[in-house]
Design a protein around this ligand. Structure first.
Ligand SMILES: [Zn+2]
Length: 330
């Protein structure tokens, strides 16, 4: 693995790399941040850096130690709570048993504790004793999504590293480099991922079909505003089938209306659905700009109304009529 495989967290990566280079590594770290931010991956690269025989800002990925880490087969790399369940006293006893022994192959031993906040109080107290007399050749990395759930006496003995949100720009660059997708698709994918890297990857690899859904909805929207009111009744079956997806559909529609409004206001550079610019331009020609805010408000209330058991079919019909009123151009 490489640091460059991990998106964002540039400052954190820099400080970890420098710590390895300057032989200034703490004996215990806490990586805190939301799920799916790359905490576990970064802890593995960091461990690999500590083992690697040729470390130079990145692990070499060719030495014996690197190969063993990459195949998750290094005798000095210990993953505690791999399954992310509760960490019991016995789990910490096993850790303590090995932590005071010499490393097998590398200069250091690394312990990565996943979901470290899931320690029972007994386990945490036992673990605390290890931190009070930390063995010099060990590095412990506690991963958590909420540092407040750890004992303050543990936190105070560790170097805390907070993971920052990944911005859309970083996600976009990552998708272009890693998945070789074009600039426009990377931009749209980054937007629809809302800063969640795993979601972005799923969209880019097709596991998440939001972009196909988007195409379907934009085409439907086009059809609705091109047709007379009969189409609204023809759409009823479709919306009935899509009842569970309605929030997703509303979001796509609102984003589309927002894009068209940007074009209408000569701010076309701000649109998200860049691959549908031509169609958005067409829709902008007929848009009654004064009524757009009201339409967006209505769409926002639709989801709420449906949750409150207002008649679904009626709510959707009204929404489609309103869309036709604001956009009807043919
Ligand atoms: Zn190496």
């Amino acid at each position: 693995m490489y640091y460059s495989d991990i998106v964002g967290q540039d400052e954190t990566k820099k400080s970890l790399i420098n710590a390895v280079k300057n032989d200034n590594v703490s004996h215990c770290y806490i990586f805190e941040g939301p799920k799916d931010m790359g905490k576990y991956d970064l802890s593995l690269v960091f461990a690999q850096s500590l083992f690697c025989e040729n470390f130079n800002s990145e692990p070499c990925n060719t030495c014996g130690d690197c190969i063993k880490v990459n195949s998750m087969n290094h005798p000095d790399l210990h993953i505690i709570n791999f399954e992310e369940k509760t960490i019991k006293r016995e789990d910490i006893d096993i850790l303590i048993e090995s932590i005071y022994k010499k490393p097998y192959e590398a200069k250091k031993k690394v312990y990565i504790i996943k979901n470290s906040h899931d320690m029972t109080l007994q386990a945490a107290n036992t673990f605390l004793k290890t931190l009070e007399e930390p063995p010099k050749d060990s590095v412990i990395i506690l991963l958590t999504n909420n540092i407040n759930l750890l004992l303050p006496t543990i936190v105070s003995r560790c170097q805390v590293i907070k993971f920052k949100d990944i911005n859309q720009n970083e996600i976009r660059k990552f998708l272009i480099n890693k998945y070789n997708i074009d600039e426009v698709k990377a931009f749209i994918t980054a937007y629809y991922s809302k800063g969640i890297l795993n979601k972005a990857v799923n969209i880019a690899t097709g596991k998440d079909n939001i972009l196909e859904k988007r195409k379907e909805i934009i085409e439907l929207f086009d059809n609705i505003i091109k047709s007379d009111s009969e189409i609204i009744f023809e759409c009823e079956n479709y919306f009935e089938e899509q009842k569970d997806n309605i929030d997703k559909i509303l979001e796509i529609m609102m984003l589309w209306i927002r894009d068209v409004a940007f074009i209408k206001n000569n701010m076309g550079n701000l649109i998200i659905n860049k691959d549908f610019t031509e169609l958005a331009n067409k829709h902008a020609m007929g848009m009654k700009v004064n009524d757009v805010d009201e339409l967006i408000d209505y769409l926002q209330s639709v989801s709420e109304n449906i949750k409150n058991n207002v008649n679904y079919k009626l709510t959707i019909d009204r929404m489609l009529f309103k869309i036709q009123e604001v956009f009807k151009i043919w």
